[in-house]
Ligand binder design. Structure first.
Ligand SMILES: C[S@@+](CC[C@H](N)C(=O)[O-])C[C@H]1O[C@@H](n2cnc3c(N)ncnc32)[C@H](O)[C@@H]1O
Ligand SMILES: Nc1nc2[nH]cc(C(=O)O)c2c(=O)[nH]1
Ligand code: SF4
Ligand SMILES: [Mg+2]
Length: 207
């Protein structure tokens, strides 16, 4: 993790920004500008963006610059992801985005305290560093990655702690998708409070 990130959230380690279509979860299919912040110590062995983990590799960028870039795109929605974005204080960035009329969505493991002002929180909790109660309470969707059969039970344990209107998703881990997707299909048919989420951008070959 980077030592020199100021706590006021005005400077953030920016790995990449890209305009694409949300591939996963509740907002699948919607155009959005993705802001990927560097830095994560959760350590998922199957993480599909390990290049994000070392915050020091990603330039500290002023939040105002990120907002100006976001404003250039037709969709007035951003997805802030990482890395683990909640390592940082996201109050300043999200306040400025909202002031610019942009909706704020986040992808988080919930392993750090909630900061920022959000129109949608996607919580994808991890065994390696569990989710915090403030994020469980505020989540609009719980998106559990299924790497093996034991993850169904693990998903149910976490579903007990989200709000009653929280959407519930099971998403196959990408390298195990051929094996896990049929199990998820059967599980959702038996337990229809859950829905399947696929990483549709990977099938579409878009970022
Ligand atoms: C790269 S993470 C970044 C945000 C945050 N650190 C988190 O894990 O939620 C973005 C999303 O991708 C999911 N993800 C990461 N690697 C994956 C993989 N190999 N297969 C399926 N989903 C994956 C995460 O669970 C999360 O929902
Ligand atoms: N298209 C697209 N949708 C996504 N939804 C969550 C992503 C992420 O890496 O956080 C992601 C991503 O990397 N690309
Ligand atoms: S919490 Fe997110 S970014 Fe961090 S290792 Fe896990 S999937 Fe990757
Ligand atoms: Mg991704």
């Amino acid at each position: 993790m980077s030592n020199q990130v100021p706590e006021d959230g005005t400077l953030l380690p920016l790995m990449e920004e890209f305009y694409t279509i949300q591939g996963e979860g509740y907002h699948t299919g919607k155009a959005a500008y993705f802001i990927r912040l560097g830095g994560c110590d959760v350590g998922c062995h199957w993480c599909d963006v390990k290049e994000s983990w070392d915050a020091n590799l990603h330039p500290l960028t002023h939040a105002d610059t990120i907002v100006e870039n976001a404003k250039l795109h037709p969709a007035k929605t951003v997805v802030i992801t990482g890395g683990e974005p909640l390592i940082y204080n996201l109050d300043y960035l999200t306040r400025q985005l909202k002031a610019a009329g942009i909706q704020t969505f986040i992808e988080t493991s919930g392993a750090y305290p909630l900061s920022g002002f959000w129109d949608w929180i996607c919580l994808s909790p991890k065994k390696f560093k569990g989710p915090r109660p403030d994020v469980l309470n505020a989540a609009g969707e719980l998106k559990v990655i299924v790497f093996n059969k034991s993850d169904f039970q693990w998903a149910e344990e976490h579903a007990k702690f989200v709000g009653k209107n929280c959407k519930l998703y099971l998403q196959p881990e990408w390298s195990k998708a051929a094996e896990m997707t049929p199990l998820i299909i059967e599980y959702v048919k038996e337990n229809p409070q859950w829905e399947i989420s696929l990483q549709t951008h990977k099938y579409l070959n878009i970022p």
